[in-house]
Design a binder for this molecule. Structure first.
Ligand SMILES: NC(=O)c1ccc[n+]([C@@H]2O[C@H](COP(=O)([O-])OP(=O)(O)OC[C@H]3O[C@@H](n4cnc5c(N)ncnc54)[C@H](O)[C@@H]3O)[C@@H](O)[C@H]2O)c1
Length: 272
């Protein structure tokens, strides 16, 4: 077996939402493995904060402000990346998140959900992965090589109460992953792969208040999740990195259209 199966040295990786919790951890791990990293996020200050941290590892990291729902901005950034590094090898679509209006609050029913908010969540979480894949994935099609990694969720395949808009978007991510995997291989060859990871429950800024109380104890929802997770704990953001390295590297050369759960067993457990 090749010993450098997981080598990603010199690969050009673009991470949307790269200043966020999960995208940020992935950026650090990829840079530590000698990749060249581009982080895209909304806010220049958050990008600068993350870049400062990344530059302590290597200078091979840049960041650009970019709204993933703007085709014009993505096209501008694509040119900046090509001017700097000439190619795009890996795209990780990690920008995303929930919005209060698109969820069903405890004292509401589905009939209270705002369609406007629902559309915003779909725009960010579904179109915000479709557009970067089309704009930046075009470079991969021209190169005839590349790996796209989408971020799905347990909410794509399980009806998880309250988060309607987010679930619709993540279910869309699953079929988009499979659809693009087929399209890229059939039309542009076996060098381009499209896969997803489906994280279970990780405490991040967006869900901290849903899962934990101010004193650090679990909310009822947090408790229910833990009861349905055989490993009996939340994930640590670093625990996504193994699958990200696998999907980024030649180790997964014949893998496309898959969605890998990283969830402490939540996906496979009946709860009984
Ligand atoms: N944290 C979890 O438990 C969990 C579980 C399953 C899936 N996910 C998914 O993982 C991904 C990352 O989540 P996270 O927990 O790191 O969230 P996060 O909020 O820490 O990171 C998301 C990042 O995306 C950026 N962003 C938001 N809108 C954007 C836009 N329009 N254009 C560009 N960037 C934008 C935010 O500024 C933020 O930095 C999301 O898709 C999320 O749905 C998270």
């Amino acid at each position: 077996m090749k010993t450098d199966l997981f080598c990603i040295s010199e690969k050009i990786v673009v991470i949307t939402g790269g200043a966020g919790v999960l995208g940020g951890k992935m950026a650090t791990m990829l840079l530590e493995n000698q990749a060249k990293v581009v982080i895209l996020d909304l806010n220049q200050e958050a990008i600068d904060r993350k870049l400062k941290e990344l530059h302590e590892i290597s200078e091979n990291a840049v960041g650009y402000p970019c709204d993933v729902t703007s085709q014009a901005k993505l096209e501008e950034v694509r040119q900046q990346i090509l001017d700097k590094w000439g190619r795009i090898d890996i795209l990780i679509n990690a920008a995303g998140g929930n919005m209060p209006g698109a969820t069903v609050a405890p004292d509401q029913t589905v009939f209270d959900v705002s369609i406007e908010a629902l559309q915003k969540v779909l725009d960010l979480n579904l179109i915000g992965s479709v557009l970067p894949t089309l704009v930046l994935g075009k470079v991969m099609a021209d190169q005839k090589s590349g790996s796209v990694i989408n971020i799905s969720s347990m909410a794509a395949t399980h009806s998880i109460t309250r988060v309607l808009g987010y679930s619709l978007a993540k279910a869309g991510i699953d079929i988009f992953t499979k659809w693009m995997a087929a399209e890229m291989s059939l039309k542009f060859g076996d060098g381009i792969r499209v896969n997803a990871i489906a994280p279970g429950f990780f405490i991040g800024e967006q869900n901290r208040r849903l899962l934990t109380n101010e004193d650090g104890s679990l909310t009822d929802r947090g408790n229910t999740i833990i009861q349905n997770t055989p490993m009996q704990r939340f994930g640590d953001a670093d625990e996504l990195n193994g699958a990200i390295l696998y999907l980024s590297s030649e180790a997964s050369k014949f893998v496309t259209g898959t969605i890998i759960p990283i969830d402490g067993g939540f996906n496979s457990f009946s709860g009984v």
